[in-house]
Design a protein around this ligand. Structure first.
Ligand SMILES: C[S@@+](CC[C@H](N)C(=O)[O-])C[C@H]1O[C@@H](n2cnc3c(N)ncnc32)[C@H](O)[C@@H]1O
Length: 201
């Protein structure tokens, strides 16, 4: 029988393998040359505020950030994953059986029953916003605004260490910015807070 550490290592290895396979098949949708490091994942998870409401993870991929969110103390019942890749969704379902998983597109968030009329505490996104088509990014940002309410945090990483992001979701204002050097390549995390429909960054 596998020990807990061996089990964790084999799950991590499975996630890595599925991630690389999907990267070869769909480079634009994966948009990263390797999975997020545990340092990046932990930093993102640490920005989720305490309190009520769902924590929505977009583009969880192999599950590195999901694991960090659970370790951070986010209850599995409060966590909802939205992943477009069928292969990675199947992997996530095996790795996190107690977490709600939607195999679907972040451009359709308001259609998902699990998110309807639910307060959203935070949206933690690994979506590759710089490699996805701009029209898709705009749809996703519109959906993020639609499902958010006052106080919702939107936490996104990028490999662009400088500069802004032209298509930011309406209603959000930047709250924090952090650079994580221990990631390949180094990454910047931007955390935005939803204020009101008319607020802009
Ligand atoms: C940068 S990778 C994930 C990184 C993740 N933190 C990891 O370490 O595995 C981006 C992920 O976003 C997913 N994705 C891309 N477009 C999507 C969309 N429109 N809706 C949901 N997921 C999407 C990809 O399938 C991929 O799993």
């Amino acid at each position: 029988m596998l020990e807990v550490n061996e089990l964790n290592a084999s799950r991590w290895a499975a996630g890595y393998w599925h991630f690389i396979r999907e990267l070869v098949r769909h480079p634009r949708e994966i948009g990263a040359m390797c999975p997020s490091s545990p340092f990046l994942a932990r930093r993102m998870a640490s920005l989720v505020p305490e309190g009520q409401g769902l924590v929505l993870e977009l583009g969880p991929g192999g599950g590195v950030v999901t694991a960090a969110l659970l370790s951070q103390g986010i209850a599995a019942d409060d966590l909802v994953l939205v992943e477009r890749s069928a292969v990675l969704s199947a992997h996530l379902a095996r790795r996190f059986p107690g977490v709600k998983l939607i195999h679907g597109d972040a451009a359709h968030l308001s259609r998902f029953e699990a998110l309807r009329n639910q307060p959203i505490r935070a949206i933690v996104s690994s979506l590759p916003l710089r490699s996805l088509r701009r029209s898709v990014v705009r749809e996703i940002m519109d959906q993020i605004s639609l499902i958010s309410g006052p106080g919702t945090m939107f936490i996104q990483f990028t490999y662009a260490l400088r500069g802004g992001f032209a298509d930011q979701a309406a209603g959000f204002k930047r709250d924090q910015r952090h650079v994580v050097w221990r990631n390949l390549p180094p990454a910047r995390i931007d955390a935005y807070r939803y204020l009101s429909e008319s607020a802009t960054d």
